[in-house]
Design a protein around this ligand. Structure first.
Ligand code: AMP
Length: 316
């Protein structure tokens, strides 16, 4: 059997810096130190690893610990601290099958480390802890932020209004005076017209409640509804953008924080009018957030002007 590298050192076949030696133990400087003090305390008798120890070896192992302790004192790391460690087999990274203990010290060692640095388990564990901390901080910050983001992007059903969808809401003349105060809005009785099979089609279109109906509309359709339907207009953009300019008598309900303004929204939005909503245009996420809440409370019909403020400005 090939002699181990440590046997060859013990036999003076290859050089090493010897720190201690007696009849059964030798201590040498590690050739590739991972700490300012890195000494190997080696059993002279070849014992492959801790696995091969027997009860008779108790005194030897005990003496190895004492040699390590004395070397720690010699190198003045006994007060600051040190680590005595032995590796056994592959998962521990044992490279020399000849019982030895590493004495490590001289600088903070952190948590358990091996010749290759922190163990993979240690890295994963610390990464998970860091990740959890980051998630915790982000969640807390998000919860405290009035413009908090939703964690999962909600997919809304996007139905485009057909021309026929709008006809019933469009009258020849503006049917109602604009709503000016929330008090007026909530005091108005809600009398939706319900069309049944026996109901004759009205000669002039009237408001027809369609709870939960949400449709996306074009600029032309939006203009048409503004001109001749009983409507309630919502600007779903942020208050800063609303302050810089908005369409007509739009009321501002920012879609990003609509969940915290539901009572206000319900008190403000009448149920006997077509609800029109716009935001910046495009995906219309903000408008859909507001529409979704109104839909849940059986408002309808609700129309989202998908061109939004961008298209409105372009056509002014
Ligand atoms: P282990 O990986 O726990 O088996 O430890 C073996 C150690 O022996 C490693 O830290 C090596 O750097 C060290 N080593 C290998 N060859 C020599 C050598 N010729 N002189 C001193 N240390 C050595």
């Amino acid at each position: 059997m090939e002699p181990t590298i440590f046997e060859r050192i013990i036999n003076r076949e290859i050089p090493a810096t010897i720190e201690y030696e007696d009849h059964e133990i030798i201590a040498i400087r590690d050739v590739a130190p991972i700490a300012p003090v890195h000494i190997l305390i080696i059993s002279k008798r070849v014992i492959p690893s801790v696995n091969a120890l027997s009860a008779e070896d108790s005194a030897l192992v005990g003496r190895i610990q004492l040699v390590a302790r004395d070397l720690a004192k010699k190198y003045s790391i006994d007060k600051s601290g040190y680590r005595i460690v032995t590796n056994c087999n592959d998962d521990a990274g044992q490279t020399v099958s000849h019982l030895h203990f590493h004495l490590l010290g001289g600088s903070p060692l952190g948590r358990m480390s091996t010749q290759d640095g922190p163990t993979r388990f240690g890295i994963v564990k610390e990464s998970v802890i860091l990740l959890l901390c980051a998630i915790g901080l982000a969640t807390g910050f998000n919860a405290m932020n009035s413009k908090s983001i939703t964690w999962v992007k909600k997919e809304y059903e996007r139905v485009v209004a057909s021309p026929g969808d709008l006809d019933k809401y469009i009258t020849d003349t503006q049917p109602t005076t604009p709503l000016d105060t929330a008090a007026e809005r909530v005091s108005k009785p809600i009398v939706p017209t319900v069309i049944t099979e026996n109901t004759k089609p009205p000669t002039t279109p009237v408001f027809v409640a369609e709870p939960g109906v949400v449709r996306e509309i074009t600029y032309a359709q939006f203009k048409q509804l503004l001109a001749s339907s009983p409507y309630y207009l919502i600007d779903a953009r942020g208050a800063d953008k609303y302050a810089l300019g908005h369409i007509g008598k739009a009321t501002n309900f920012y879609g990003g924080e609509i969940q915290s303004r539901i009572p206000e929204l319900l008190a403000s939005a009448p149920r006997d009018r077509v609800i029109l909503i716009y935001c910046d245009g495009g995906e219309c996420e903000l408008s859909h957030h507001v529409a979704d809440v109104l839909k849940q409370f059986q408002y309808g019909p609700i129309f989202i002007f998908t061109g939004g403020w961008a298209e409105w400005e372009k056509n002014r």
